[in-house]
Design a protein around this ligand. Sequence first.
Ligand code: AMP
Length: 123
Amino acid sequence: MADCIFCKIANKELPSTTVYENDRIMVFRDIHPAAPTHLLIIPKRHIPTLSHCQADDAALLGEMMALIPELAKKEGIQVEGDGNGASKGGFRVVVNAGPDGRQDVYHLHIHLMGGPRPWKNQN
Ligand code: AMP
């Protein structure tokens, strides 16, 4: 899409702080981080919103989600422990969709936010 900033980032027409890339997916740092670590996981192919995904996007969506544990570990925001009461660390995963979902950039992206509290938005 000609006017899409995330397409331009995926095509290297705009700069980004890329932390991961393959043929289908790119991950870069959010320019206005809401948490100590704030990454955006995007498909390189233009999909405007999560609402525009279809059954045959399941593999792509699954690949994007399945990257998160590895990204979290690299960023040092993984959940430590067995996931029970004694755990430490962790992160939030958010997908905004459409105006009521407060989506600003209409190219599908997953927010991965983590790091020690407090965070900027306190979400
Ligand atoms: P959303 O409100 O879910 O559409 O989130 C869009 C996110 O994209 C916001 O957190 C912005 O800070 C971020 N953003 C916008 N432009 C850029 C950019 N050029 N590079 C990195 N992040 C960006």
